[in-house]
Design a protein around this ligand. Structure first.
Ligand code: FAD
Length: 317
């Protein structure tokens, strides 16, 4: 038996989440006494997967799959799961994987648990821990179908290196023309900067920054840290920043390794979207700001004094 894992690529390169789901799949496979088979689509190289416990890589090369297509990719994974006799299939929580997973679940007649944050608590019955209520609670979900589909939350498990040697096998699944009734034909990125979804670090600004003219220091701090920029809802509502940067309950979710909040009060709706982040650093001039209760590190001070000093210090490294 093989645990099947979908290892995503971007421009032919394996994404970090691909290595994380591979690490997790290895943990599940060890529990079940199984091996790990990864599926890649149009990857330039799959060598890295060996390091994260993958035993076999099914490499799919097909120009028709150049741009993500949820139905077609779900079909590819279904055929891979059937070929490998996989009873557990693991995907990430990327936007594409979340789009595809329900289709794949139907294709495989599988029970699907999304937002999983830990290895299964038991394999018989098969129980997994998931986040619920915008990360404010956990639940234990039992998957009773024969085939189980797991969506792993970003940064929940981390990377676990293993000394392995994966074999590579070319895999040519049959493509169904009906899956291509709608097709993405071209993707133009609107920014060359780090996106919130992919970012390990996010620097976020709130109304405490007083106006859009003061965002230069937020952008500079983000540049020094290799981070994405984000903002609270009122900031994007007022047009200080683009809506694509709005994070929180009604904006984008953030599960970064480090979330830096500058001049943000920490309202419950803001926290709901960012509290899956590992470490939260809060800079606020009001010691009573609610965000400090959720923070791992806090600086009580004026952002206009603290942020420039932080940038200068970080530049020394
Ligand atoms: P404020 O609440 O005005 O806070 C500004 C903070 O900056 C204060 O804590 C202040 O002490 C600090 N400050 C001021 N000057 C300085 C300085 N010089 N240096 C350092 N700190 C300073 N909000 C979101 O962010 N995301 C959401 O998804 C979201 N969804 C919502 C959904 C609903 C249904 C509702 C009702 C609200 C939602 N909100 C959301 C709004 C939310 O309730 C808050 O109003 C909002 O998060 C506040 O934004 P803020 O912290 O930037 O501004």
């Amino acid at each position: 038996m093989s645990v099947l894992v979908y290892t995503e690529t971007e421009n032919g390169k394996l994404k970090k989440t691909a290595l994380e789901v591979a690490s997790y799949a290895k943990g599940v496979a060890d529990m079940l006494g199984a091996t790990v088979t990864a599926v890649t689509v149009n990857a330039e190289s799959t060598n890295e997967l060996s390091k994260y416990g993958v035993d076999k890589v099914l490499t799919v090369k097909n120009d028709k799959l150049g741009n993500f297509n949820a139905k077609a990719y779900a079909d590819v994974l279904k055929q891979a799961a059937q070929k490998e006799n996989s009873k557990v299939v693991i995907v990430s929580s990327s936007a594409n994987a979340k789009f595809m997973a329900p289709i794949l679940a139907i294709n495989l007649n599988a029970g699907y648990a999304s937002n999983v944050v830990a290895l299964p608590e038991s394999d018989s019955p098969f129980k997994v821990k998931r986040t619920a209520f915008t990360n404010k609670a956990f639940n234990i979900t039992e998957i009773s179908s024969e085939v189980k589909l797991i969506g792993l939350s970003k940064n929940a498990y981390g990377l676990k290196e293993n000394n392995g040697a994966a074999t590579e096998e070319s895999f040519s699944p049959e493509l169904n023309e009906a899956d291509f009734s709608t097709e993405v034909t071209n993707v133009d990125k609107v920014t060359g900067k780090v996106t919130i979804a992919d970012a390990e670090i996010v620097v976020s600004g709130g109304r405490g920054l007083k106006g859009p003219e003061n965002w230069e220091m937020i952008e500079e701090l983000a540049d020094v840290l290799g981070a994405a920029t984000a903002c609270s809802k009122p900031v994007s509502d007022m047009g200080w920043r683009p809506h694509s940067e709005h994070v929180g309950q009604t904006g984008k979710p953030v599960a970064a390794n480090l979330y830096v909040a500058v001049g943000i009060s920490g309202a419950i709706q803001h926290l709901a979207g960012i509290n899956a982040s590992k470490v939260k650093l809060v800079i606020n001039n009001d010691a009573e700001a609610p965000f400090f209760k959720a923070a791992d590190y806090g600086v009580v001070g004026d952002a206009f004094e603290v942020v420039p000093q932080l940038i200068e210090k970080l530049k020394e490294f």
